[in-house]
Ligand binder design. Structure first.
Ligand code: 5RP
Length: 219
């Protein structure tokens, strides 16, 4: 059985009636959203904040009521995927380009549930290139400053064109080698002018649901 589907469905079990939830982005979060849609059609009452335009569209198709983050004090829980997870539950996110809204929603959430298949588990973050969202204005200057911190980076492209995020920004995919101090790197990166946000989610996840290829799920 598909481990992404298993984890998405398992995470949906954490949702109870009346909750305000955050909905992540990506091919694993997709299965959680589909499951929430099924639960809503069976009578579950939830309101959701989506982390991308793609997720908003899917959630609406599924009949899930959407709200703005500004309309609520906090979110009860958020279910989202990740590109890498270390043993301390530090994450790299943003492979799908939604890291800014994902981080804002994660910060507003009481319980962040991360759903991954076993291929995402690593001893140390850094094999997956770290996505950093930057302003289009003078992004090459921002790139130089990032590279001075010991990284190298490439502007993300899609179909030969620069990839534009839901927030009209660009993404630099950065190679810092193995990331020894994720908390320090996330702070350092965000002090560079032009950096909007980076894809390190340091100690934000409370629960990690791992789907194994043999069909087992670990929470
Ligand atoms: C999008 C993300 C995704 O959660 C991450 O890229 C994992 O995606 P997938 O479940 O498709 O592997 O951070 O910005």
């Amino acid at each position: 059985m598909n481990p992404k589907k298993l984890t998405g469905e398992k995470a949906a079990e954490f949702i109870s009636d009346g909750m305000i939830i955050g909905l992540g982005t990506g091919s694993t979060a997709y299965y959680a959203i589909k499951k929430v849609g099924e639960m809503v059609r069976d009578g579950l009452n939830v309101k959701a904040v989506p982390t991308s335009k793609e997720t908003a569209e899917l959630a609406l198709e599924e009949g899930i009521e959407l709200i703005e983050l500004s309309q609520v004090e906090k979110l009860d829980l958020t279910i989202d995927g990740a590109d890498e997870v270390d043993p301390d539950f530090n994450l790299i996110k943003g492979g799908g380009g939604a890291l800014l809204r994902e981080k804002i929603v994660a910060a507003a959430t009481e319980k962040l549930i991360i759903i991954v298949d076993e291929s995402k588990l690593v001893d140390k973050l850094g094999d997956f290139l770290l996505p950093v969202e930057v302003t289009p204005f003078s992004w090459q200057y921002t790139q130089k400053m990032i590279n001075k911190m010991g990284g190298s980076s490439e502007i993300r492209k899609k179909d030969g064109e620069i990839f534009v995020t839901d927030n009209d920004n660009y993404i630099l995919d950065c190679d810092f080698g193995k990331i020894e101090k994720p908390e320090k790197l996330t702070i350092d990166l965000n002090t560079i002018p032009g950096v909007v946000e980076n894809g390190i989610f340091a100690k934000m996840a409370e629960v990690v649901v791992v789907g194994h290829n043999d069909g087992k799920i670990e929470v």
